[in-house]
Structure formats: structure tokens, C-alpha cells
Design a protein around this ligand. Structure first.
Ligand SMILES: [Mg+2]
Length: 249
């Protein structure tokens, strides 16, 4: 994407002279320098940011279509097509993430099916190191996820995330998805957060743009949410392949 060894200054983050200078380079020299003195709290997405999105992609694109076809006695192609049309109709809305809604629509216990493949839930490379770094730096680590509370509990318990996080919020308690206008204002008043001292990390561009519109000044995008898929193209936000790129000595 960029010439080898040609360090390119792509963005000077507009948040004060001592915040962040983003440099892009080819691996492994790429880096984002964060002035951690300006940060008290890190708001962290779960799926695709701390956990490998491989689990979700495998479940929704492979495991569920097969089980749906078997349960409803239809072809895999019919099952895949029906699930995709349902997914498309829900995209951007909280019900897209709602296990109860999917259970009702599919007439199958989606949570129980997720339990069957829970052994595939895993940290992304660099998650342990980054969370340990935050602990050493006395930064508050707060999970903010669109996952349904039952899915959040399953993933936190299966991965061991509960050992590293101060608080966990599922967007379902606010009845808004993170990409819906009003979510970040609702979270701020509920959790009494000073967004001027918060860093927010997520893999979803729609979520990041909504957070920016609602006043979060420090935002970073994870560019490779699924370790088995190629990285996404850089956006207007500083991007990392691994959270370890944010660790300073
Ligand atoms: Mg995500």
C-alpha cells in the first residue's frame, strides 16, 4: 500500500500539540504515538477490537446457515440467502445484535448455538499485552459493546476478559446501537465520563463516526478485526493492525 521504508506522515491528530502524531509505514515499523498523560479512560469495543472477529464471522456465515438448513429442512443456499436478507434488513439497528430477535426470527435458540462453538472465542493478537499495559499505567479500561448482554457474558467468561476490565456496558441497556445518534450522549450521562480524557478504540467506521459526532476527541480504528481476513483500508481515523502499536515504553 505504501512504499517500503518510506515513512509517511498521514495525519497530525487535531487534539493539541502533545497528543498524537500518526505515521504510517510498512510493517513492522508502523506506529502511533499516544500521549497517555492526556488519557484516564480507554473505551474498548469487544468483537474485532479485543476479541478476534473470526468467531462471529464463522458463526453467522458458516455455522448458523448449516444449522438453519438442517433445522428447517432447506438447502444451504436457501438458508444463507434467508439469513442474509434478514441481516441486511436489520443492519445499523440494535436488533441486528439482539440474540432474542434472531432467536425469534430463526425459530432456533441462537444463544445455545453460540455456546456450542464458544471454544472458538479468542483474544486478538496483542490484546493481553495492551490490557496489561493499561493496568500498569493505571488507566481505566471500560468495555463498550453492541453485543447482546448474553453474548457479552459468554464472550467475557470464555476469553477471560473479566480479569482486565473495570466495567462492561452492552449498548442494549441504552436501547441504542453504538452507531445510532444519541448513544454516546446516553453513555456519558449514565457513566459520568469525561470524554475529553477518554480514548475510544473500535473496528467499525460507522461507530467511530458516530462517536466523533457526539464529542469523543481521541479515536483509533482497528484495521484487522478478523485475523483470517486481510486488513481494511485506512480511514480518516488513525488505524492500527494490533493494539500493541499503542504501547509506549
Ligand atoms: Mg467491533
Amino acid at each position: 500500500m505504501f512504499p517500503v521504508k518510506a515513512l509517511q506522515k498521514l495525519a497530525l491528530y487535531n487534539a493539541g500539540a502533545c497528543w498524537t502524531t500518526l505515521h504510517y509505514n510498512c510493517k513492522p515499523e508502523r506506529s502511533i504515538l499516544v500521549n497517555w498523560e492526556n488519557i484516564d479512560t480507554v473505551l474498548l469495543d469487544m468483537d474485532g477490537t479485543l476479541l478476534d472477529l473470526y468467531f462471529d464471522n464463522y458463526f453467522w456465515l458458516h455455522f448458523l446457515p448449516e444449522r438453519y438448513a438442517s433445522h428447517h429442512e432447506c438447502s444451504l443456499e436457501e438458508a444463507t440467502s434467508w439469513l442474509k436478507s434478514l441481516s441486511d434488513s436489520l443492519h445499523g439497528h440494535l436488533n441486528w445484535y439482539c440474540l432474542d430477535h434472531w432467536t425469534e426470527q430463526c425459530e432456533m435458540d441462537i444463544h445455545a448455538l453460540k455456546e456450542e462453538v464458544r471454544h472458538l472465542i479468542r483474544f486478538k493478537t496483542g490484546t493481553s499485552e495492551f490490557l496489561e499495559f493499561l493496568r500498569r499505567m493505571n488507566k481505566q479500561a471500560i468495555l463498550v459493546t453492541n453485543a447482546h448482554p448474553k453474548a457479552m457474558a459468554l464472550k467475557i467468561q470464555s476469553s477471560g476478559l473479566h480479569d482486565h476490565l473495570e466495567t462492561c456496558y452492552s449498548s442494549h441497556i441504552f436501547k441504542l446501537a453504538k452507531e445510532n445518534d444519541g448513544f454516546w450522549a446516553a453513555l456519558q450521562s449514565h457513566a459520568d465520563l469525561d470524554y475529553s480524557r477518554c480514548l475510544f478504540i473500535d473496528d467499525s467506521l460507522n461507530v467511530l463516526r458516530c462517536a466523533q459526532r457526539e464529542g469523543l476527541p481521541y479515536i483509533i480504528q482497528v484495521l484487522q478485526p478478523d485475523s483470517t481476513q486481510p486488513p481494511r483500508s485506512p480511514s480518516e481515523f488513525p488505524g492500527v493492525l494490533s493494539l500493541t502499536e499503542l504501547i509506549t515504553a
